[in-house]
Design a binder for this molecule. Sequence first.
Ligand code: HEM
Length: 257
Amino acid sequence: MSQQVDVIAGTGLDLKARKSHWPARLDFVQSASGLLLGLFMWGHMAFVSTILISNDAMYWVTKMFEGQFILGKAYPGIVAAVVAVVSFLFVLHGLLAMRKFPANWNEYRSFASHRKMLRHEDTTLWWVQAWTGFALFFLASVHLYQMLMHPGDIGPYESAERVWSGRWWPLYLVLLFAVELHGGVGLYRLAVKWGWFEGKDPNRTRIMLKRLKWAITIFFLTLGLLTLAAYMKLGHERRDRVGERYVPSWAAPGGQR
Ligand code: HEM
C-alpha cells in the first residue's frame, strides 16, 4: 500500500527517492564562473582602454602583465597562462549554460510563445542573454585563441595594427556589443537570483538594479567604442609601417614620442 502512495501514478517517480543536488551545484558553478568572467571583463576593458590615456600607459600595462617590473624581463607566457584560465572558465560557463537552451523546435516554440504571452522584461532579458551567449561561443573563441598563441604581440602599435591592418575591428565591434549586453544582463540576473542587495522592498531593489545594469552597460559600451576607435585611428595612421614594435618614451632615444 505504502508503495502505491509513494510512487506518483503512471510516472514511476518515487517520492522517497533522494533528490539529486547536482542541478543546484551546476547552477552554482554556472553563476560563479559567470561572475568571475563578468569581473574579468571590467578589468579587461579598464586595461585595454589605457590606450585612451597614452601609448606609454598601454605599453606599461602590457609589460606589467608580462611581469617585467617584478621579474626584470617580460614573459608573455604569463599572459598566455591567464588566457588559458579565462578560456577554461569561458568553456565551462558555456557548457553549463547550454543546459538551459531550448533543445529542439518544440521547446523553442514553447518558450517564444510564453515570452510573448508574459511580456515580462526579465524573460526578454533571458532571451537576449541566450542569443548573445550563443554569439560569444564563436566571437570570443577566436579572440582568445589569438591571445593564447600570440601573447607577445600585445602593445599600442601591435594591437592597433591587428585591429586595423589585421582587420579585427569588425569582429571586435560585434563582440563588444555581445559581451556588454550579455555581461550586463548576466550580472543583473545573478543579483536577482541569489537575492543580493534585496533589502526590505525586493521590487524596488529590482528596479534599481535594472537601472544600474543599463548604466553599467552604457558606460562600458561607450568606453569600448572609444577604445576601439583609438586603436583603429592609430592602426590607420601606421598602416604603412606594420611590424614596428613600440618603444616607450622613457626608452626612446628622442624622448617623448
Ligand atoms: C585573458 C584573456 C584576454 C586577453 C589577454 C585580451 C586582450 C585584449 C587586447 C590586448 C585587446 C586590444 C586589441 C588587440 O590587441 O587585439 C582586446 C580587445 C578586446 N577584447 Fe579582449 N582579451 C581577453 C579576453 C577577452 C574576452 C573573454 C572577451 C569577450 C568575451 C574580450 C573582448 C574584447 C573586445 C570586445 C575587445 C575590443 C576592445 C574594445 O572595443 O574596446 N576579450 N583584448
